[in-house]
Design a protein around this ligand. Structure first.
Ligand code: ATP
Ligand code: MN
Length: 455
């Protein structure tokens, strides 16, 4: 029977006849037989295949196998005398499905830099690190759904093509048709108004929250921001829950609980892959993640954050002053140097936050919340939404927003408006945090950044 290596190694049954299908990692010859390491992507570990010289294709094929060749191996699982593996597969047949010319195959056994691997994004998932990232990412994605589904949240598929730009979130890519003279014209022709790729599903999620209570959306978002950093992509995935009858405090609790749930999940279920990251990518990662799930997040207001940054006497490239946005260096100083753990910052100045955030009684701040984590900075941005019609309209006018495009959004405040909150978790930043990968380009299968989208 054909089996995945992960399944075999989870409960090895010595003496079992089985078949594996995968790619050769290495081949080593001994006298009278060869060791072939075969991996199939189901887990980090490979299985060692013992191919004896009595196999009919031993001389013609088996002895020519090299890294990257694909094979189908049938054999018997047996106790392995070698250290570091419980079982090995004694082959009765090794069928070569596809050759990989060792002269040209780019993934030789030597160490490759992540920069090099980015240029072969069609082959890089075959490396240990990128394969591990893919498995952890998949588990996290499933975990996002289980977290919300277990709590009765309803998933909403918000549109990818949108005509409202969730003001303040970022630059929109325009959606056009081939016959367009100008982009705006094409969009106007097709949808009757300019359209773009969504920068956030929030506004539409709010619609459903105010009908179904607790909802979430989890999908791709696009921002044409020209920021070439290790934490920005032009296309990234966002997890956006939106909760009716929920204030900022409730929002905060859900966000902290979700992050802890997801980290606990991968600690329990992706231990082999996380051990690889801990060993080769980010020393001490496992201990740091355990710390995160074991302790409460810190919580301060924006005003307190500004005060603490000023008191630190640290010299920053961007000045710190009340009313200015916290820069990445400020965020990281707070969470890494002052608090050494995830930090929730709330109550930002109204002037630097979008119109939909709820204005506080002091009229200077809004009920905003960012969650900052060591190594990354902002991982979550959220807020309680402005549910009061008059206040919302005033804020939109102040921001110079054309009300006519947002009548539907205002209707939600005209008819049965309720307090509600939500947040956006950058899914790649979460994968970065959990794996310790330094650059966001390594945690999405096919990164898109300014000037870069090869396949
Ligand atoms: P930043 O200040 O880091 O650019 P932001 O404040 O513009 O982020 P939000 O609009 O609050 O981001 O989006 C919610 C979350 O989405 C962020 O907390 C972050 O985790 C993630 N995010 C935002 N922009 C990007 C991007 N360009 N690439 C990857 N993730 C992003
Ligand atoms: Mn933000």
């Amino acid at each position: 029977m054909r089996k995945r290596i992960a399944t075999i190694l989870a409960a090895p049954q010595r003496g079992e006849q089985l078949q594996i299908a995968g790619w050769v990692r290495t081949r080593r010859d001994a006298s009278g037989f060869s060791f072939i390491e075969v991996g199939d992507g189901s887990c980090l570990a490979n299985i060692q295949v013992i191919a004896d010289q009595t196999l009919t294709n031993y001389g013609d094929e088996i002895k020519k196998l090299s890294a990257g060749c694909s094979v189908l191996v049938t054999g018997t699982l047996q106790e392995s005398p070698a250290k570091g593996q419980a079982v090995e597969l004694l082959a009765s047949e090794v069928r070569v499905l596809g050759w990989a010319d060792p002269e040209t195959y780019p993934l030789q056994k030597k160490h490759h830099s992540f920069e090099f691997l980015r240029n072969i994004s069609h082959l890089r998932p075959r490396t240990n690190a990128l394969g591990a990232v893919a498995r952890v990412r998949s588990r996290l994605s499933y975990g996002v759904h289980s977290f919300f589904q277990e709590r009765g949240f309803i998933q909403v598929h918000t549109p990818i093509i949108t005509t409202s730009d969730c003001e303040g979130a970022g630059e929109m890519f325009q959606v056009t048709t081939p016959s367009a003279v100008s982009a705006a014209e094409a969009a106007a022709e097709f949808f009757g108004r300019p359209a773009g790729l969504t920068v956030s599903g929030q506004l539409q999620a709010e619609v459903y929250a105010q009908a179904l209570g607790n909802v979430y959306t989890f999908g791709p978002t696009f921002r044409a921001e020209n920021s070439n950093t290790s934490r920005h992509l032009a296309e990234f995935w966002m997890v956006e829950p939106e909760m009716a009858f929920c204030d900022l405090e409730c929002n905060r609790q859900v966000a902290e609980e979700m992050l802890k749930y997801l980290i606990r999940l991968v600690l329990a279920e992706c231990s082999e892959d996380l051990a690889l990251f801990d060993h080769f990518i980010a020393k001490g990662l496992l201990a740091r993640l355990q710390q995160v799930v074991d302790h409460d997040f810190a919580h301060i207001t924006y005003s307190e954050a500004v005060e603490q940054l000023l008191q630190s006497k640290h010299s920053f490239s961007y000045p710190v002053q009340w009313g200015g946005d916290l820069q990445s260096e400020h965020e990281r100083y707070l969470t890494e140097t002052i608090y050494h753990r995830p930090l929730i910052v709330t109550d930002y100045p109204a002037a630097i936050k979008p119109f939909y955030m709820r204005v506080s009684d002091d009229c200077r701040t809004v009920a905003a919340m960012d969650i900052l984590v060591p190594g990354i900075g902002e991982i979550i941005g959220g807020s309680q939404r402005e549910e009061r019609y008059d206040v919302l309209v005033a804020r939109m006018q102040q921001a110079g927003i054309e009300l006519s495009g947002y009548e539907w959004y205002l209707d939600l405040r005209r008819y049965g408006s309720v307090p509600h909150s939500g947040f956006g978790l950058g899914f790649e930043r979460l994968v970065q945090f959990v794996t310790g990968m330094a650059n966001i380009r390594e945690v999405i299968p096919f990164p898109r950044t300014p000037g870069f989208a090869p396949c």
